[in-house]
Design a protein around this ligand. Structure first.
Ligand SMILES: N[C@@H](CCC(=O)N[C@@H](CS)C(=O)NCC(=O)O)C(=O)O
Length: 227
């Protein structure tokens, strides 16, 4: 039996989406992102970095990278969500699966800047603005990926790549506008309409990382405009 260690609104959502899409049995153990429970010795025995996800796969082994967990699960059974070696979409599949963490890193940096660093003096407006712009560039690549009218990230249909990338949109849209990314917005609408989507949403009363739908970048006034 798979046991997934998870925190609301964290990267472990990717793994829940795949587990749900595949209809696999699993136990969900939820943590509070803010109460230091991820730093307990017990948890660090599972994931020494003290992060989520950690996925116990029933063999005594634990997968701690969300991308690896997604890839591992997608290859179970008939591998319907995967693109096996030899598949014409294999290279694109792996590239996008790992690209999810390029987006994820900007989301993490912006989460730290806007939420974890809770006082203004701790924050760098320059870094926040730059990260938001860099995040937008990474999301625009996804908008372009969908420009030929395909429904899902791979032309061959829905895959684990959609689950991996969805986390970047779930968080990324809180830090940069998707207004100029119509293909990505339409894809996000389709992704949210799948029954698996809601299964990864926070449960009633769970502590949230993101309490707002949008965290605008700080306004930077250039000196000449300030005169
Ligand atoms: N590359 C890892 C990153 C895992 C990660 O940083 N998870 C965040 C939540 S989205 C976390 O647990 N952060 C807690 C912390 O940094 O203390 C993955 O994809 O699983």
């Amino acid at each position: 039996m798979i046991r997934l260690h998870h925190a609301a609104q964290a990267r472990s959502m990717r793994v829940i989406w795949v587990l749900e899409e595949l209809g696999l049995d699993y136990e969900l153990v939820s943590y509070n992102f803010f109460d230091k429970s991820l730093r307990s010795e017990e948890y660090k025995a599972l994931n020494p970095a003290g992060r989520v996800p950690a996925m116990e796969i029933g063999t005594g082994q634990v997968i701690c990278e969300s991308g690896a967990a997604v890839e591992y699960l997608a290859e179970l059974g008939d591998g319907a969500l995967s693109r096996a070696p030899g598949s014409p979409e294999r290279a694109e599949y792996l590239d996008l699966l790992h690209y999810a963490e390029t987006i994820g890193q900007h989301c993490a940096n912006l989460t730290q800047a806007h939420i974890v660093l809770y006082q203004d003096w701790m924050k760098s407006p320059t870094q926040m603005g730059l990260e938001a712009k860099r995040l937008a560039v990474t999301l625009k690549r996804l908008d372009a990926q969908l420009a030929d009218g395909r429904d899902w990230m791979l032309a061959g249909g829905y895959s684990a790549v959609d689950c991996a990338l969805a986390y970047g949109v779930f968080v990324g849209a809180r830090f940069t506008s998707l207004d100029e990314m119509p293909n990505l917005r339409a894809w996000w609408g389709r992704f949210k309409a799948r029954p698996s989507f809601a299964k990864a949403l926070p449960q009633e009363g769970e502590p949230l990382i993101y309490r707002k739908d949008f965290y605008p970048p700080p306004e930077v006034v250039k000196p000449e405009e300030n005169a």
